[in-house]
Design a protein around this ligand. Structure first.
Ligand code: ADP
Length: 168
């Protein structure tokens, strides 16, 4: 006890990363020796940015933080975690609604892979921030400066401008 190296994986879509995700990362850094932010491909979610673009955006923001690694992965998250020798899955919680789904996910991951999940509650000001809503607001040209970093806002503006140009 005490000197064991603990590596955690923070898996998610991060499409795109928000201040809420970054808040969870900031809080987690001191708790683990290494934190891998793992950008996944969800077969059911509609994705705006490619996994590579999502990784790039995160690297731009926090790529030089000691103990933080940013990667994308394919396939089952628990298999990825095992390959990386991570013993903890980190997830963020915004509300009681999140708990319901996350509880089920954590129980399933423990049942199938024996991996524990640790939750960190986001700061109140990001309790309603979701990547899905961010994409929706950005597609309509809204100002998101309180909820996402400026670099992410710029990427969103560029992406939606391009999508609009392609349509016409
Ligand atoms: P996923 O598709 O795996 O849900 P997300 O990128 O939506 O991927 O979320 C990744 C993790 O970050 C999840 O645990 C989610 O609950 C958490 N999360 C999402 N938005 C926030 C936020 N605003 N504050 C804290 N945690 C968040």
């Amino acid at each position: 006890m005490g000197n064991k190296f603990v590596r955690a994986v923070f898996p998610g879509s991060f499409d795109p990363i928000t201040n809420g995700h970054l808040d969870v990362v900031k809080r987690a850094i001191g708790l683990f020796d290494e934190l891998i932010i793992a950008v996944g491909r969800s077969p059911i979610k509609n994705q705006l940015f490619t996994p590579q673009e999502r990784v790039e955006m995160i690297v731009e923001l926090i790529g030089d933080t000691p103990g933080v690694i940013i990667e994308s992965f394919e396939g089952l998250m628990v298999e990825y975690a095992a390959r990386k020798k991570a013993t903890v899955v980190l997830r963020g919680l915004r509300s009681l609604t999140d708990v319901q789904y996350e509880f089920q996910l954590a129980m399933t991951n423990r049942a199938v892979a024996g991996i524990e999940t640790i939750f960190i509650m986001t700061s109140e000001q990001y309790g309603f921030t979701s990547s899905t809503l961010i994409r929706e607001i950005a597609s309509l040209g809204g100002d998101l400066s309180n909820l996402i970093p400026p670099s992410v806002q710029r990427r969103l503006q560029e992406r939606y401008a391009r999508l609009r140009a392609e349509k016409t």
